[in-house]
Ligand binder design. Sequence first.
Ligand SMILES: [Zn+2]
Length: 191
Amino acid sequence: MEKVVVPGEFLGTIEEYVPGQNVIEVNGKIYASLYGILHFDDKHMTINIKPLTNLPIIRVGEVVYGVVSELYNDFALVTIVAIEGVEREIVGGKQDGIIHVSKISDRYVDEVGKMFRIGDIVRAKVIRSKPSIQLTTAEPALGVIKGLCMKCRSPMVKMDNYLFCERCNRKETRKISSLYGNIKIKVKNIP
Ligand SMILES: [Zn+2]
């Protein structure tokens, strides 16, 4: 019996299962990170999703989670891995969203690379879905929710208006979400 799941669909808890391929873990709960077929490996107690190709639908106004994958002068490219809210209709597989430099913050941003770094996990809102997915982080609760130190790749802690690596004793700037540190999210299998 095959069950098709959609991104953001609740699959179980980490007490029950081990997160496997193409799932994400948020606060101990496991969700599908893409559209595909649910596979439960009862030998290892892992949950995996086997990807299906499909026509993606992500709607304007939705809040998504993504990983910053590329930085350009004018925009950051984000690989969307989950949509906030678990009850979902048909949504798409893993896909990219764009955060334009003018949509990063309410304040003027002169350089995308000062606000995001590759590998950061961001919480962003969809402002356009066609022809490409455009995202904004220009709200207090939007922005980076987990940032890794550029030097040692450890997760950093939020200080007043910057992130701090306790290992390297190092400050870095970001567009930081007010929810930084309050959302536990583990993203797997990001290319
Ligand atoms: Zn460091």
